[in-house]
Structure formats: structure tokens, C-alpha cells
Design a protein around this ligand. Structure first.
Ligand code: PLP
Ligand code: COI
Length: 351
């Protein structure tokens, strides 16, 4: 059955106040949002309405017990003005994996996908066309049900909000390999996009910023000997001509960009390895001149080359390469996303 979506249009669009040639990341919002509430054990009718604040009871469980999850996606427009999404079903599936782990009711595929598509059609003028920009799409869901009892809420709100956005990182990415703090542990929620995972990253990241870095490379919580993720990105390391990334686990997000890059790299004849990467190996390779590239991969950041990393009071610079794997893979993936190249994988979805 097709989902019925009520549409309440904004009286006057804000779009004329936005400078599309100079977009920040994720801080200018489109006219509308999709909202759908869960109550009495069922999802209610989704509504597209003007982007506006929401009012919650102070005892809503989101404030006390952090039942909150989100996704990150991007929408693009091609030359023929088609609205494009990249592997959106994978985001929906991952959203529900996160929901299950946080005891939040799963969202039906029709509400997520039909709601998303309807919202993008309503706000299609907000999808930037300039290279490097896109409409960042943020589906999220949280506990609105009330009570100080530490147990799952009985009511939830699902929202999709969108933000025309430019690059996530403004300049060079210098990272610090973390030796003390961990973002995730076995049996925990690291694989989920739970809001609390990000809150827990802010303090160690701030300590790294104070030392002159802009991101943390997370290591395993047990030994801190293996590199796992780079801030809110999966991490890739190139040693000589092999591209290596950590296997996903309880602790590591199963990134859609990560798995797409692995597939493209293999098809481009780049040798890839999915295995644990020890800090010692990376430091040795850097000292020997065999560490040619490190980059983070994620929806928001796309592929962000790391220009240096710090470990135990030493800093290691990475070379600047003419034809890096990062630039080649970034071009390939963004060309598929924006319909500038054919998509042999069937990843692109026209709305
Ligand atoms: N790792 C973390 C912790 C993230 O928050 C993200 C962002 O979504 C990623 C990796 C990359 O995942 P994706 O490529 O699906 O955006
Ligand atoms: C994304 O890459 O979409 C993310 O969700 C990362 C986010 C924390 C900005």
C-alpha cells in the first residue's frame, strides 16, 4: 500500500536568502521537513511541513536516556535535473539496525523511502548543482515518550531534515592516533548511528584540537594498537600500492562509502585488503616512506585525504601525490553519484 503523505507547504520560501555559491556544511536548512510520530504502538501518518522547532515534554526520554539515532545521506541533481540518491536502501536498513539496538521501533521502508522522495520533490530547488555541493539529508528518530523510569519510551518521532551543504572539512586534515579514549567497545553501540556515540567523541576530539589536530583516529578500546575509524569516517591506509581498511565489527560503522570504495577500487585494479591495521605498521611504513596515503571516507566527508598524523608526541607527514588513490576514487564515486558516469552497480536511484 502506498504511504499517504500530507503536505503542508511553507507560505514563503527562504531560498532567496541562501548563498548557494558559499554553502557551509549542515547549518542552512531547506524549507520543509518530514515528520512521522509513533504512538499507541503504531506509526502515524507522515506529514511534510515547514522546517520548524519542535516542542517536547521535559521528561521526554531522549533528554534522559539518549534514545536517539540518525542517518546521513546526500541528494544530487544531474544536468537533466533528475534528483538522485546513492544507495538509499542501505541507509534505511542501517537505520533500523541502529533502531533495534537502541530499542526504538523500526521505521517501515515505505515511510522512510516514500517520505524521503516526497520531501526531496517538495524541496527540489534546494538541491545544489555546483560541484562539491549537495543536499545533505538527515533522517533521525528519538524518544518523545515521557518518564524518569530508565526504560524505553512508548512514543517516538521520526524526522527527515535537509541542508544544502558544501564541504565537511575546510582545510587540511591532521589527525591524532588515540591512545587513551575509545569511541566504541565490543558488545556496545559503535556499529549504530546513535547520537551518544558522537557526544562521547567530543571530549577526546577537543583534547586533540587543543594539540593542533582536527580529528582523532580511533583505535580499538582494548589495546589501542589497531586503527579503526577516523572521526565520523571509515579509514583507509595505502601502504605502497595496497589499499587497506579495517573490517567492520561491533565497534566500527559499516559505512556505505567504505564498501562502495572497496568495490570501485577492486574494479579499478587496485589491490585491497580488509584486515586489522596496527598502529606500529602505519608508523613503520611512514618512517620507511611506504605510507603513501591515508584518507577518511563517509557520506558527509566523501573522501578526505589526511595530510599528517600524530602518535606519541611525533608527527608524520604524508606525501602529496599527483595521482592519488584518494583523488581517483573520489572522482569515480562522485561521478556515479551525480550521474556523470555510468553506474554498473545500480547504486544510483532516481527520485
Ligand atoms: N563511521 C562513522 C562513525 C560515521 O559516523 C560515518 C558517517 O556516516 C561513517 C563511518 C561513514 O559512513 P557512510 O559512508 O555510510 O556515511
Ligand atoms: C555522515 O557522513 O553522513 C555522517 O553521518 C557523519 C556526521 C557525523 C556528520
Amino acid at each position: 500500500m502506498k504511504t499517504q503523505i500530507e503536505i503542508q507547504r511553507i507560505e514563503k520560501s527562504k531560498i532567496d536568502s541562501v548563498d548557494f555559491s558559499n554553502l557551509p556544511f549542515g547549518s542552512v536548512y531547506s524549507d520543509h521537513m518530514l515528520e512521522c510520530n509513533f504512538k499507541d504502538g503504531a506509526w502515524q501518518k507522515p506529514v511534510i511541513k515547514p522546517f520548524t522547532s519542535i516542542s517536547l515534554d521535559p521528561s521526554a526520554k531522549i533528554f534522559h536516556y539518549g534514545q536517539s539515532i540518525f542517518e546521513g545521506m546526500k541528494a544530487y541533481k544531474d544536468d537533466a535535473k533528475n534528483i538522485l540518491l546513492f544507495r538509499p536502501t542501505d541507509n534505511w536498513k542501517r537505520f533500523n539496525k541502529s533502531a533495534e539496538r537502541l530499542m526504538i521501533p523500526k521505521i517501515p521502508e515505505e515511510i522512510f523511502m516514500e517520505g524521503l522522495k516526497a520531501l526531496l520533490r517538495v524541496d527540489s530547488e534546494w538541491i545544489p548543482r555546483n560541484p562539491g555541493s549537495s543536499l545533505y539529508v538527515r533522517p533521525f528518530m528519538f524518544a518523545t515518550g515521557t518518564g524518569f523510569h530508565a526504560s524505553p519510551a512508548d512514543e517516538y518521532k521520526f524526522i527527515i531534515a535537509t541542508a544544502p551543504s558544501g564541504a565537511y572539512f575546510a582545510g587540511k586534515v591532521n589527525v591524532l592516533i588515540e591512545e587513551k579514549y575509545a569511541r566504541a567497545a565490543n558488545g556496545g553501540v559503535g556499529f549504530a548511528k546513535a547520537g551518544g556515540n558522537y557526544a562521547a567523541q567530543f571530549y577526546p576530539t577537543q583534547l586533540a584540537i587543543e594539540k593542533g589536530y582536527n580529528q582523532v583516529i580511533w583505535t580499538d578500546d582494548n589495546t589501542h594498537q589497531f586503527i579503526e575509524e577516523a572521526g565520523a569516517m571509515n579509514i583507509f591506509v595505502r601502504i605502497n600500492d595496497t589499499l587497506i581498511t579495517s573490517p567492520t565489527s561491533d565497534r566500527i560503522l559499516d559505512g556505505i562509502t567504505r564498501k562502495s570504495i572497496l568495490q570501485i577500487a577492486e574494479d579499478e585494479g587496485i589491490q585491497t585488503e580488509v584486515r586489522k591495521i596496527s598502529v606500529g605498521e602505519v608508523v613503520e611504513a611512514a618512517k620507511d616512506g611506504n605510507l603513501l596515503e591515508m584518507f577518511g571516507a563517509g557520506t558527509a566527508a566523501v573522501i578526505s585525504p589526511i595530510s599528517s598524523f600524530g602518535y606519541q608526541e611525533n608527527d608524520f607527514d604524508l606525501p602529496v601525490l599527483e595521482n592519488s588513490f584518494a583523488s581517483k576514487l573520489k572522482k569515480k564515486i562522485t561521478d556515479i553519484q551525480t550521474n556523470k558516469a555510468s553506474d554498473p552497480y545500480g547504486w544510483r536511484v532516481i527520485v
